[in-house]
Write a new protein. Sequence first.
Length: 240
Amino acid sequence: MARARNIKPGFFTNDVLGELDPLARLLFIGLWCQADRTGRLEDRPKRLKAEVLPYDNCDVNSLTQCLHDASMVQRYVVDGKRYIQIINFTKHQNPHIKEQGSTIPAPCKHGTCTEVATLIPDSGFLIPSTLIQEKTLSGKPDIDDELSKLNMQPKKKLSEACAEVLQFLNAKAGRNYRPVKANIELIAARIKEGATVDECRQVIAKKCREWIGDPKQEIYLRPATLFNRTKFAQYQGELT
């Protein structure tokens, strides 16, 4: 059942969403209306197509995967059933007090969620277990604690590594991007997926060499483009 939700002005200027297809952005809003009070819903592309984008010729499964790749939603599987968790849903929405509680299991709650390399059928993408997860009763996972689980720079905090990469981008591209949540989380996601700080710097340096001086390309020297999951993988593959 669809529900009334709130939309804030910041939605339209979000640089991460700005990189996505307009229909993906519209689908994102539609998912809010389909989700329960915790921001969870069943991952059923055909049904969502009928409920949210009935008049558009589009592939809702691919659009949902784009939102997943941008860390706007998390696709996950519990006991063989597919679900979607909208990231930071409870931070931005205020469900009606009489709205029914969720009957959908949370991602990775009590160890019931499928772990690393869960393949979403028909998408060809793997779900990394290090995606941003919702708050638990014990509080939000410490982003620096996640680094200790990785085989990389164990003595450097992830937040410091992200700030270092962002500072390098500002220096090379002549920008002044601030270490706000949207920028840091993009870089952190790539590092948590296995990229090293050195690789991040190499990608930045390579794209600065290629794009600086080209007005059409210079605008893409920004975190939302460089550290977009799909684009970063492509740029990473170009490194020698």
